[in-house]
Each structure stands twice: as C-alpha cells, then as structure tokens.
Design a protein around this ligand. Structure first.
Ligand SMILES: *Cc1c(COP(=O)(O)O)cnc(C)c1O
Ligand code: SF4
Length: 413
C-alpha cells in the first residue's frame, strides 16, 4: 500500500560522516541543514521552495536534521516528509483570520514560559529551540529564538508551580525539551519532583521522530528516576516510524516504564487521508504508543496551505470508530482560538431523541433505539450520594444541570 521512501540521500555536507558520528545526537544537532544553499545541495528544490528557504529568516527558522532528511524522497515535491520540513512559498501568505498567538498562550501566562489555562495542570516551555523546525509549528512566534531556556526564567516558573497547590500535572514542552542536556533536564525534573502536589510530569517531544538518536540509554535511565513520568511524541505520518533507530527509541522508552502517547496534527497533503491515518495509528500501537490527540491545524500565521476543514477531521474519525481497535483512535481536538482551550469533537452518532429514548447510528450506518425509560429524577438539593460532595462546585455548563438533577441527599440510602 505505502511504498518505502528512499532512506538515504547522499548529502555533500555529511559525506564524510562515520557511523559513530551519524548515531551521535550531538553530531546530528550540529550538522543540521540551516541554509537554502545546503538544502539545495541535497534536494532539487522547486522555485517556490528555494524562495521560501532563502526568505525563511523573515518568518520561521529553517532547520532539518540529517536523520529526518534521509526520510525525504528527493524526487517528489509532494513527499509528506518533505512538506513538514522544507518551507513552501505559501508560508509567506497571511490570512485575515490568522494570529501570531492563536491559542493566547502568552496572555494566560503567570510567569514567562508558563501557561496556566486549565485548573489542575500547566504547560511549561523550557526552551524555544528545536532539533527540526516543523513548517506547521503553531508556536512559530517564539520557537527558533535562543531566549527560552534561561535558568532563572525556568526557576521562576517552577516557583509559581510550587506556590499553586491546585497544579497536579506539569507538561514540559517547548521548543524541544529533549534538546536540553540530560543534566539540565534532570535539574528541572528533580525540582518538580520535590513539590508534593505535582503528581505527574509529562514531556512533549518530537525527538523520536526527527532525531531518535537523542533517546539514549543514559537519557532513559535518567527519566525513569522521576516516575510517574509520561511522554508524548509527535508522529504525523507512518513513514516517520519506519527507521529501525526510531522504533528502538520508542521501545526503549516504554521498556523503562514510561507510557508513551502521540499527538498528530492534521495537515493537508501530509496526512489528511483515512488510510494513511489508520496506518499511522496501527504502527504506533504496535510500538505500545497510544494515539492521544489528533489536532486540527491552528490559526497561526502562514499555515493556510496546511489547514483542512473541521469536517475532514470528523470524516477521519468516522473512518476509525468501529472499524479498528479503540486503542488506535485518538481524540480529535480543535484548540479554540483566543485561549478557549482544547475542544473534543466526535462525529454525531445521535440521530434523534424523545419519548424516553435515543436513536443512535452505529459505524455501519444502522440505526438503533436505546430506551432510557422514565427519567423522572427530580432535582434535589444536597450532596452527591456517591462522593459526598456538592457537584455544583466542580461542574459548569450543561454538565452541571445533568449532575445537579442526579443529586440526592446522603440520607436516602
Ligand atoms: C494541551 C494543554 C495542556 C494539557 O492538556 P491535556 O488535555 O491534559 O493533555 C495543558 N495546558 C495547556 C495550555 C495546553 O495547551
Ligand atoms: S518540534 Fe514542536 S515546537 Fe518545535 S518546531 Fe516542531 S511543532 Fe514547533
């Protein structure tokens, strides 16, 4: 079904590299393609790509790791790996509804580099640098500069987390957090671990995709000292999972007891196809990595050529539910512009409701009636019989009405 991409292009700048160098993540990092001239030496760039690469400093830094470059088909301008790594001229287009900070991360920030949007968890950006600069990056307003990883800045964010006891989950992201050295990373993890109310730590990284050499036994041994620690990767296409070094990196993480998840961004021309998506999710599950979120592309500037209508994502979700393992199905998310947060969307399986029953359709389009019987539970003031708390304090919106109508006084059992 999917043909194997050409795994190695001979690049003049890497021609003399030994296997040891190639397998060393620091060598990979130092030897990234970062100019249009270097890019042109390995790939026959289209006119638009050449212009975009030359002007990339104006809008978003260029950087491609040797590992990821070998996944690009040098002869195919539509290669799904190429589109993620080589700038296209469309990145220069600005649309009226696009924004520099579409998710309002800077406004919801109690300390530089920290976003506290949801009650019990925070997003901690520990660096602005990445191994590879993904052409669809939503944080392009800050990613690529060198200002993100100052120790004092990170310490100030950790001080806020320490002082805010509602935070039980810290999501370390960037930029690329695994671009920091093992020691710097361990310093951050150890400081977070010393905070009693921080229950779990999560790392969001694209290293297993773009520079799997980074997932060294030493790194993994360090990470496992800070359990419970979860790790989310960022695969967008099944080709990215083919190299042995990538698969070994993913297995090394899970073998250390680190549960892995994956976030995929839905990108036109890259993965807006139900067959490619299903293959990607199947390959991830084989590596014990759980597809977590499928994101609709954000409204960041210059991403118009990557965006799909919301219905495309819904159609892909519909092609999955019932047709394959629930384990291989992520939640489809639109991250609301303006800081509204993640909104999950499902195809609508509810056909109608009334007279105490709901009509639903299944994955084959067949309809079924589910009778709810008499739902005459009166709204009773008081606390929940099960958990003994007042739900109105923890729920808002339509869910509150439902929960409140189900409340019953503790004394009635
Ligand atoms: C995505 C995100 C989180 C984590 O959300 P989950 O749904 O728990 O994975 C936390 N904070 C911010 C600002 C985020 O964007
Ligand atoms: S790894 Fe993440 S932060 Fe870095 S360029 Fe890619 S999408 Fe942006």
């Amino acid at each position: 079904m999917l043909s194997e991409p050409r795994l190695r292009v001979e690049f003049p700048m890497w021609a003399g590299a030994s296997d040891d160098q190639w397998n060393d993540w620091k060598w990979q990092f130092r030897n990234r393609i970062s100019t249009s001239v270097q890019l042109n030496a390995g790939f026959a760039l289209t006119r638009g790509e050449q212009d975009a690469a030359e002007r990339s400093k104006e809008f978003f830094r260029l950087g491609v790791t040797p590992h990821y470059a070998t996944l690009i088909d040098p002869d195919d301008p539509f290669c799904p790996i190429r589109l993620q790594a080589i700038p296209q001229i469309e990145e220069l287009i600005r649309l009226d509804h696009e924004m520099a900070d579409p998710l309002n991360e800077d406004a919801d920030s109690p300390a530089p580099g920290l976003t506290h949007r949801y009650p019990d968890r925070v997003l901690l950006l520990v660096t602005h640098e990445c191994a590879l600069y993904c052409r669809y990056c939503t944080r392009r307003r800050i990613v690529g500069d060198r200002a993100g990883s100052h120790r004092e800045r990170i310490d100030a964010a950790i001080d806020y987390i320490r002082a805010t006891s509602s935070i039980r989950d810290v999501l370390i992201s960037g930029g690329e957090p695994l671009g920091l050295s093992d020691d710097r990373l361990e310093d951050i993890l150890a400081k977070l671990r010393r905070i009693d109310h921080v229950e779990i730590i999560r790392i969001g990284t694209r290293m297993p995709v773009v520079m799997p050499q980074r997932i060294t036994p030493a790194l993994v041994a360090m990470l496992r000292r800070h359990h419970p620690l979860w790790l989310n990767t960022h695969f967008n296409h099944p080709f990215e999972l083919m190299p042995r070094v990538t698969r070994e990196a993913m297995e090394r993480l899970v073998d250390a007891g680190i549960p892995t998840g994956n976030q995929t961004v839905l990108l036109k021309g890259v993965n807006d196809c139900p067959i490619v998506m299903r293959k990607l999710f199947h390959e991830l599950v084989k590596l014990r990595c759980r597809p977590y979120y499928l994101y609709n592309c954000d409204l960041a500037e210059g991403l118009g050529h990557f965006r799909t209508p919301v219905d495309t994502g819904l159609a892909i979700m519909e092609s999955l539910w019932g047709h394959t393992s629930g384990l291989a199905i992520p939640t489809f998310i639109v991250d609301a512009p303006g800081g509204g947060g993640k909104i999950p969307l499902l195809p609508d399986y509810k056909v109608s409701r009334g007279n105490g029953s709901v009509v639903l359709r299944n994955y084959q389009g067949k309809q079924f009636t589910y009778s709810e019987g008499e739902v005459a539970e009166p709204a009773i003031d008081g606390v929940c019989r099960i958990c003994a708390t007042d739900h109105s304090s923890i729920k808002t919106g339509p869910a509150a009405q439902l929960w409140n109508s189900r409340r019953a006084p503790l004394s009635c059992n």
